[in-house]
Design a protein around this ligand. Structure first.
Ligand code: PBG
Length: 333
C-alpha cells in the first residue's frame, strides 16, 4: 500500500504569500503619509528643545524648534500636525488657552506660517494643559468638573485658535455638548470653514501616562467622570452619533490599540472620516520593548499603525508619523 501525503485540496491560501510582489499585490491595507498626523508639544519659555523621559525621541519644543518639526512633517508629506502647548502660568480657568498671545495660539500661527497649505494645522482644544488643577474643564466650588461652564471656555478657546489660523480644532475634553457649542461659536464669528474633530470615543485610559509627563500635568485623581469607561463598547456608537449630529467633521477613537473593536464599530457606522490616536503609552511601550531588544522596532511600529488602519481608521495620530512616512517613501523607491 502506498502512503500518500495529505492534500489540502484545490484551495491553498499560501499561494498569495509566496513572494514579496504577490504579498504586495494582495495587501488589503496600505499606509500613506497623507493619513498620518503628528502630535507636537511646544513649551513656553524654553530656550532649547527638551527630551521627555517617558517618550524617548519626542521633544518639548521651543517655538523655534517647533517650526523645524512642522517643516519636517510637511516635507515628509504628512496629513497634518496636532499641537499641544505647555504654558508657564496656569490658573483655575486656563486663561492662557484663550489669550491671543498664549503659547498654543502663538504656536498655531507659527505652524500655519511654516506649513502654509501643505499640512492641516490642528490644535488640541481642551483646558487641561492650562488649568492649575489639571482637569479638562473648570470646576464647581465643590471641585467637580462643571460641564456647562466649561463649554463657555471651549467656545472662547475655539475662537482664539481660529483667529490664530487653525484649520481644525480637536475637541478632546469629553464635555457633553462641546461639538455643538464650538460649531455655533465658530460659525457666528465667521469661521465656518474651520473644521471640528471630535474625540468622540475617548476613554479614561492608563495609556495617557507619558503624555501627562510631556505636558507637566498637575492632575490629581483621574478623569473618569468625563472620559469613557474602558468597559464600554456600545456607548462609543452613542457618543459618535451625538457628535456627528452636533456637526463634527471628523470623529476619533482614542487610545487606538486597545480599542480596535471600538474603532471597527465606529468605522462601520460613521458618516464622517474616522481618526484614531496611537497615544503616548502605546508609543512608550513600543519604544521601551524595542530598546530592550525584545521586539523589532520598525516592524512593530509598521504593524501597529497598519492594524489601526485595518480596523477602520482613515487617519492615525501617531508620534511615529514623520519617521514612518520616511520608511514608506523608501519602500516606494
Ligand atoms: C487632553 C489630552 C490628553 C491626550 C490628548 N489630549 C490627555 C488626557 O486626556 O489625559 C493624551 C494623548 C496621549 O497620551 O498621547 N488634552
Amino acid at each position: 500500500m502506498t502512503t500518500s501525503l495529505p492534500r489540502p485540496g484545490r484551495v491553498r491560501p499560501r499561494r498569495l504569500r509566496t513572494t514579496t510582489a504577490m504579498r504586495r499585490l494582495t495587501a488589503e491595507t496600505r499606509l500613506h503619509p497623507a493619513e498620518l498626523v503628528l502630535p507636537l508639544f511646544v513649551r513656553e519659555g524654553l530656550t532649547e528643545a527638551r527630551p521627555i523621559a517617558s517618550m524617548p525621541g519626542v521633544l518639548q519644543h521651543t517655538r523655534d524648534s517647533l517650526k523645524g518639526a512642522v517643516s519636517d512633517a510637511a516635507a515628509a508629506g504628512l496629513g497634518g500636525v496636532m499641537l499641544f502647548a505647555i504654558p508657564e502660568v496656569r490658573d483655575a480657568v486656563g486663561s492662557q488657552a484663550t489669550a491671543p498671545d498664549g503659547i498654543l495660539n502663538l504656536a498655531i500661527a507659527d505652524a500655519v506660517a511654516e506649513a502654509g497649505d501643505a499640512l492641516v494645522v490642528q490644535a488640541d482644544l481642551c483646558l487641561d494643559e492650562f488649568t492649575d488643577h489639571g482637569h479638562c474643564g473648570v470646576l464647581t466650588p465643590a471641585g467637580a468638573v462643571d460641564n456647562d461652564a466649561t463649554l463657555v471656555r471651549y467656545a472662547e478657546m475655539a475662537l482664539a485658535q481660529a483667529a490664530a489660523g487653525a484649520h481644525l480644532v480637536g475637541l478632546s475634553g469629553m464635555m457633553d455638548g462641546q461639538v455643538g457649542v464650538v460649531r455655533d461659536a465658530l460659525d457666528d464669528a465667521g469661521h465656518d470653514q474651520v473644521a471640528v474633530l471630535a474625540y468622540a470615543a475617548k476613554y479614561a485610559s492608563a495609556f495617557y501616562g507619558p503624555f501627562r509627563d510631556a505636558v507637566e500635568s498637575q492632575l490629581e485623581g483621574d478623569r473618569r467622570t468625563y472620559q469613557m469607561d474602558p468597559a464600554n463598547r456600545r456607548e462609543a456608537a452613542r457618543e459618535v452619533a451625538i457628535d456627528i449630529a452636533e456637526g463634527a467633521d471628523v470623529v476619533m477613537v482614542k487610545p487606538a490599540m486597545s480599542y480596535l473593536d471600538v474603532l471597527a464599530d465606529v468605522a462601520a457606522v460613521s458618516t464622517v472620516p474616522v481618526s484614531a490616536y496611537q497615544v503616548s503609552g502605546e508609543y512608550a511601550m513600543i519604544e521601551a520593548a524595542a530598546a530592550h531588544g525584545w521586539i523589532e522596532r520598525e516592524r512593530a511600529i509598521l504593524e501597529s499603525v497598519l492594524s489601526i488602519r485595518r480596523a477602520g481608521a482613515d487617519h492615525v495620530l501617531t508620534y511615529f508619523a514623520t519617521e514612518l512616512a520616511a520608511w514608506l517613501a523608501e519602500e516606494k523607491s
